[in-house]
Design a protein around this ligand. Structure first.
Ligand SMILES: Cc1cc2nc3c(=O)[nH]c(=O)nc-3n(C[C@H](O)[C@H](O)[C@H](O)COP(=O)(O)O)c2cc1C
Length: 383
């Protein structure tokens, strides 16, 4: 696939992956992207997942013909991109591997060699001259591993953005970008908002016409749209006014409160998302919690604790620096309800959260007082 006159796509689509990165369901698969720059010298940009080595090498040979690649540029050592470095070097032993010092240390760990006779160590500000094309390297530590570099081709004005601007979903499936890019970003890079902000500031100094990520489509139009979303996500600002209700329930009483609240909020014109945390795809609930401005957490008290899926969910939020939002609580308990107290405690170190006093405190099943609480909470969340 042609990206520009001199840049070709040689990546692969994976529709067989059961869980991406060991935990994310990807109903439309995932792509492992790799590119070739054809110039006086040729550069291969990254490799692909271990299961697709042969398909990738076939794509590479189709583009290269009899030419031997001069450089293999490795932006990121996570195995879904780096697994085929050793296979590549067996086929092309004279190619120079171009990567950061930290990445070469990782190569030694993964492959038992850092290709010492064929390595070029690059760092922030390094350049690689290919002929008409020059790659300018920019360090992007913790977006989302420490060794990550991105590179900018000043001829075609292309940013090779590593995992930045990546998206779940193979390239042979047509789907809207934002939802699966958000789920990818919040799930995988969400903890590293500050390093992403640093990278965005560096990127703002470049004239970028195209972004070539390691997953998902090449972005070439309306780049402001994608950059704005990345700025919003990485600065932990809500994207939308609205309310996520995320709850768990064993016997249906907490569920009833959550569902009634959703209905009341909808009746008041609010944008509401309701998640049963024991049954939903957790990564979708997490992504929406970051997307919306308000969150209602609902849990039964469970052996003096909160119900495990709710605990997991709050942990997923706090480890990704959940902040800048309004949170309210629905609790249930039959003899000693403690769920609200525990949920609040889990959020106590999170920055800039407004924890509402209005909440619903159920003792086993909803009663009239709870209906009044629900009404007051709906008012508070929509005022
Ligand atoms: C296994 C189990 C443990 C529970 N532990 C507590 C508890 O420690 N304290 C308490 O007040 N209620 C406890 N409950 C009662 C629940 O908090 C709650 O009142 C009941 O499950 C109704 O809510 P639900 O219909 O949403 O499940 C427990 C319930 C179950 C099923």
């Amino acid at each position: 696939m042609r990206i520009t006159n001199d840049i070709r796509y040689i990546g692969v689509n994976d529709h067989k992956v059961d869980l991406f990165e060991g935990q994310y369901k990807v109903k439309n698969g995932i792509s492992y992207n790799s590119y070739v720059i054809l110039d006086e010298k040729t550069a291969v940009m990254d490799t692909v997942d271990a299961n697709f080595g042969q398909a990738w090498l076939n794509n590479l040979k189709e583009v290269m013909g009899d030419r031997t690649p001069d450089y293999l540029v490795i932006h990121h050592m996570e195995p879904d991109h780096s697994a085929n470095i050793a296979n590549f070097m067996e086929l092309y032993p004279d190619t120079t591997v171009v990567s950061s010092a930290k990445a070469f240390a990782m190569m030694k760990q993964f492959f038992g060699t850092d290709f010492a006779d064929h390595q070029m160590v690059i760092k922030e500000g390094s350049t690689l001259e290919l002929g008409e094309h020059t790659l300018h390297f920019v360090a992007a530590p913790m977006v989302h591993w420490p060794e990550v570099m991105v590179s900018y081709d000043s001829k075609d004005k292309v940013l090779f953005s590593a995992d930045g601007f990546g998206k779940f979903g193979a390239l042979d499936v047509d789907e809207e970008w934002a939802d699966e890019a958000r789920r990818y970003f919040i799930g995988i890079v969400g903890k590293y908002g500050a390093p992403v902000q640093t990278l965005l500031k560096k990127a703002a100094t470049l004239d970028i016409r195209m972004i070539c990520p390691l997953h998902g489509p090449v972005l070439s139009e309306n780049l402001g749209y994608y950059l704005n979303l990345y700025d919003t996500w990485s600065s932990y600002r809500p994207e939308l006014e609205g309310i996520v209700i995320a709850y768990a329930s064993v016997y249906g009483n907490t569920k009833k409160a959550a569902s009634c609240l959703a209905e009341e909020l909808s009746n008041r014109g609010a944008d509401v998302k309701l998640y049963d945390l024991a049954r939903c795809d957790m990564s979708e609930a997490v992504a929406d919690a970051f997307r919306y401005s308000k969150l209602v957490l609902g849990s039964l008290t469970y052996n003096g604790e909160i119900f495990p899926p709710v605990r997991n969910f709050i942990h997923e939020l706090t480890e990704r620096n959940y902040q800048n939002r309004t949170v309210a609580f629905i609790e249930n308990g039959t003899w000693a309800p403690t769920a609200t107290r525990i949920m609040k405690k889990m959020l106590e170190d999170s920055k800039n959260l407004t924890l509402l006093d209005a909440g619903i405190h159920i003792k086993s099943a909803m009663n009239e007082t709870n209906m009044e609480e629900l009404d007051a909470l709906a008012d508070e969340l929509t005022k």
